[in-house]
Design a protein. Structure first.
Length: 616
């Protein structure tokens, strides 16, 4: 007892295993060195403030070009760092592992001449990321470092109280989407944000999203000018509440839920009295009786126990025999229901298309570049992937699609819905003429400009050049990653963006999920988080966070979990909805609770194919 004991482990002695692992780690360092040499021209162009971060970004992409999972497990077996938390300081982790392995392998006399780890990485890298996040997004809320970004609804332009409630609930960054509304509305929204921030003592930033190229379906011909009302029925079909409708101008103080149809003769409405029974033949030729509930002068509130189809020009007859015609009603939005196996033809012509009951169905495509770049066999997804197709044929004016999937009962093909071509190399500029026209307004009013559909370093360079021409070198930049091409080009885009002072990334998970495939979305968003942590770049976790809560007032369990996962980013974005203030309060509570539980996480480092262009 008490005698020393030498253990022999599988694969040789501890010293032999350490020596073999040392050689493998040194080979990994060689990969890093070669990547640095290859990226030297890009690193030279990075602003000095980001130089160390850019160098660490290159180091990380180099390591992730290799599959080191078995190396990690063997390092862990020796009680060493498994490199699973190396993002913030790649070379510092590698050097620490090499130093320890030298001792274990008895090779401390070897001069390995390892490259120096850049300052501001490793443990300091986290602090750099914290500073970058505060510079871009402002301070976090009480008890949380993760910010809350909220898309402002159109109503925010005319409702300062709503904006104040959003700020009071915890909004740290207000997002204005340039794809909607216009400069007058944007200016009003931003004024309300600034006023609420001053009143509540909050530093609320304003981010404006450029719309980017809009790849969408074209219009359908307008449908009939009809307004349908129907009573509420129970499960047995009995009427439990009659249908209500305003003829003429509605009075919200009397009933603010009932729809309204205009009258061509307001004087006729003024002569009506409660209790009268009005008669008409509706758009189907069905005779209907409407009972007058309220007569407010310019409007008449009526009810009916049966379904009624009102149409432009229909006559309504009062008991005294006088008649009034219904005024102009908006056209019903047309759509067609497509099913698996149907044919859809995308056309260059954006003339409103008819909406036939049977296919083939034709609809316009908003970007003509698609007709030059698309190829047979490539996938096309419409309306956030609800309709999945494959290209059959392509000619200069039409693309014929075969519908591969549209749900068991089919799916509605509608106008103004997004089109995704995940395998098509579209020669599109992310910065459109419309974006360039909006940039002076954005530069004057916003703190951050977000570039939509960024796909290449050329796109980033074009935005920075435009901002430089305007003279706004201090306007911060966020790159929205919403395509597979943008994801694959992200390292190069970040190196380009690091010529600027403050830069961030938004994971636009809606379009990105459609492009990458829903089954791949989880790993793609993780890889973006890892890469941006390596470059000390703040990330916005966006799309459908607590969406059911914001829109319907009640979240799903999955959404709450998703919101909690977003805590690993520097900012989480909520979209608009009637219950958005409730959603902000809930997200604030979730993020505060998660703050003490997690900060990023450890991972196994299999080879990542997407970013290999940075290394040999």
């Amino acid at each position: 007892m008490g005698a020393s004991r030498r253990t022999t482990e599988p694969g040789g002695s501890r010293r032999e295993r350490a020596g073999a692992l040392l050689d493998r780690v040194l080979a990994l360092v060689d990969v890093v060195v070669r990547a640095r040499e290859r990226a030297a021209p890009d690193l030279e162009r990075v602003t000095p403030r980001h130089r160390a971060s850019a160098l660490n970004l290159v180091d990380y992409v180099a390591v992730r070009s290799q599959d080191v999972r078995d190396l990690q497990l063997e390092l862990r077996a020796l009680g060493l760092s498994s490199l699973g938390r190396m993002e913030a300081g790649v070379l510092e982790h590698l050097r620490a592992v090499v130093t320890t392995l030298q001792v274990l392998a008895g090779r401390t006399d070897e001069d390995l001449s390892l490259p120096e780890a850049p300052d501001g990485t490793g443990d300091e890298g986290h602090d750099v990321l914290v500073r970058n996040a505060e510079a871009l997004l402002g301070p976090g809320g009480p008890g949380r470092s993760t910010r809350i970004m909220v898309t402002l609804p159109s109503e925010a332009a005319g409702d300062p109280a709503l904006v104040r409630d959003m700020v009071a609930a915890g909004m740290d960054v207000a997002r204005v989407n340039c794809a909607h509304d216009g400069p007058a509305q944007w200016a009003a929204m931003i004024d309300h944000v600034r006023s609420a921030g001053r009143e509540l003592g909050r530093d609320v930033r304003v981010a404006m999203d450029l719309a980017g190229p809009k790849l969408r379906t074209g219009p359908f011909e307008p449908g009939p000018q009809v307004e349908k009302i129907k009573p509420v029925r129970d499960a047995s079909g009995r009427v439990v509440a009659p249908a209500r409708l305003w003829l003429g101008d509605p009075d919200p103080a009397v009933d603010d839920d009932a729809p309204a149809v205009p009258l061509a003769d307001p004087a006729w409405a003024a002569a009506r009295v409660p209790g009268e029974r009005l008669r008409l033949k509706d758009a189907r030729g069905s005779g209907r009786t409407l009972r007058v509930l309220e007569a407010t002068g310019p409007g008449v509130l009526v009810e009916c126990a049966k379904t009624v189809y009102f149409a432009t020009g229909l006559a309504v007859t009062a008991p005294d025999g006088t008649r009034a015609r219904l005024g102009e009603l908006p056209a019903v939005e047309q759509s067609v229901r497509v099913r698996t196996g149907d044919t859809v033809v995308l056309t260059r012509d954006l003339t409103p298309a008819p909406a036939p009951a049977e296919g083939p169905y034709r609809i316009g495509c908003s970007l003509p570049e698609v007709f030059a770049d698309a190829r047979p066999g490539q996938p096309v997804w419409i309306d956030d992937g609800r309709i999945r197709c494959r290209i059959r044929t392509v000619d200069p004016d039409e693309i014929e699609l075969e519908v591969l999937q549209a749900g068991p009962g089919g799916a509605k093909l509608k106008a103004e819905k997004g089109i995704n071509l995940p395998q098509t190399q579209l020669r599109l500029e992310a910065l459109t003429d419309e974006d360039r026209a909006h940039l002076p307004f954005v530069a004057e009013h916003a703190d951050v400009v977000s570039m939509s559909f960024a796909r290449s370093r050329h796109d980033v360079a074009a935005l920075l050049e435009e901002l430089g021409a305007i003279g706004r070198h201090d306007l911060d930049v966020t790159l929205k990653i919403e395509t597979v091409g943008g994801f694959e080009a992200l390292p190069l885009m970040l190196l380009e963006a690091m010529r600027w002072e403050d830069v961030g990334v938004m994971i636009a998970r809606g379009d990105l999920a459609v492009e990458a495939g829903f089954e791949r979305m989880a790993e793609v968003q993780e890889e973006i988080l890892w890469l941006c942590e390596a470059g000390h770049v703040p990330v916005v976790w966006a799309t459908q966070v607590l969406e059911s809560l914001a829109k319907k007032g009640l979240p799903s369990r999955a959404e709450v979990t998703d919101a909690a996962m977003g805590q690993r980013a520097e900012c989480v974005m909520l979209n608009k909805g009637p219950f958005v203030v409730d959603a902000i309060e809930a997200l604030d509570d979730i993020l505060v609770r998660m703050e003490g539980h997690a900060r990023k996480k450890s991972d196994l480092l299999r080879r990542l194919e997407a970013w290999s262009p940075l290394v040999d």
